[in-house]
Write a protein that binds this ligand. Sequence first.
Ligand SMILES: [Zn+2]
Length: 199
Amino acid sequence: MALVPLPFERLIKRLARLPGLGPRSAQRAALHLLTRPQELADILHILSEVGEQICVCGICGNLGMAERCHICADGVRDGGIICVVEGVDDLWALERSGGYAGVYHVLGGVVNALEGVGPDQLRMKELVARVEAGGVNEVILALGASVDGQTTGHLLAERLKPYGVVVSTLAKGMPVGAEVDYLDEGTLSLALAGRKRVA
Ligand SMILES: [Zn+2]
């Protein structure tokens, strides 16, 4: 007889595919749940609730509880500025900063040749369609500073060129509270290149 019962092994394998969980931590999580029936019941209940109630916004790709997320439905937000992010977690981070009053577009990742992610797997067409529909003045590319993030940004800028909108990227450089001698060379040279006049 197998040491680990088959359904349990299936659960561990499935959990191990979640981001941030390897086989060891998946096994720990599965054991933790299966030895605490109340906790397992709670999680099953929450998962089914989330599955039934949460939907993807048909405009920007954010998660919400209606066809339009609360940001797209908010008449006070500036629909003329679209901030493009890789994922919903980035959108949440920008919202928490409290410094942005435009709307968003969630791409669903960045191009990655090794993982077979091309422009067609991302919500690029949807972004171009939003710009094409009119009323958009600026598209802010808030993508990661990785090679893939930058490649995706260039692709998007190319695709948006015919529409004459301003395409901008987030500033790169000194993090708040950082010491100059702790910065890596790449960050430091970008901070120098993006310096601002103060007097
Ligand atoms: Zn939305």
